[in-house]
Design a protein around this ligand. Structure first.
Ligand code: DQA
Length: 158
């Protein structure tokens, strides 16, 4: 996909990965693919460079509180958050409240299509407070989120 994004004025993006995503590569490869988390981050870093993003930072945590704090601390430091909350997506009101508490826009991403999996994955408690959700495209869910965030920042700076 070529988006033809003007590389000026793009800004700082935080990518957050939730519980068990550190196991990507070996974790249920038939569902999540064979890319490791490092490989996903590297692809994002490369695409961010092409898009002229000034800063892209990554955090993976298996702890809800660490993710809540990262979201709280994003205020004033980042212009967009790309969040794969993993299992927390389906039940963490703490994460949802943290997203609601800050003005930084969040794009929810998932590698798998949560809507065609087990019923308990159909519900995202964060979906109502994020800008939008992208799921089912593997690493391209993250890449698409990055492209959309960049395009949005570009438009807003005009
Ligand atoms: C996931 C989907 C969640 O249901 C699951 O708990 C994950 C990964 C995904 O990226 O497809 O850990 O967020």
């Amino acid at each position: 996909m070529e988006l033809n994004i003007d590389a000026t004025n793009t800004k700082r993006i935080l990518v957050l990965h939730g519980p068990n995503l550190n196991l990507l590569g070996t974790r249920e490869p038939e569902v999540y693919g064979t890319l490791t988390l490092n490989a996903i981050n590297e692809k994002l870093r490369e695409r961010a460079k092409e898009l002229g993003v000034d800063e892209i930072e990554f955090l993976q945590s298996n702890f809800e509180g660490a993710l809540v704090e990262a979201i709280q601390n994003a205020r004033g430091h980042y212009d967009f958050i790309i969040l794969n909350a993993a299992a927390l997506t389906h039940y963490s009101i703490a994460l949802r409240d943290a997203i609601s508490a800050i003005p930084v826009p969040v794009i929810e991403v998932h590698l798998s299509n949560i809507h065609r999996r087990e019923e308990f994955r159909h519900k995202s408690v964060i979906a109502p407070v994020v800008m939008g959700q992208i799921c089912g495209f593997g690493v391209d869910s993250y890449i698409a989120a990055l492209e959309i965030a960049t395009r949005k920042l570009q438009r807003d700076s005009k």
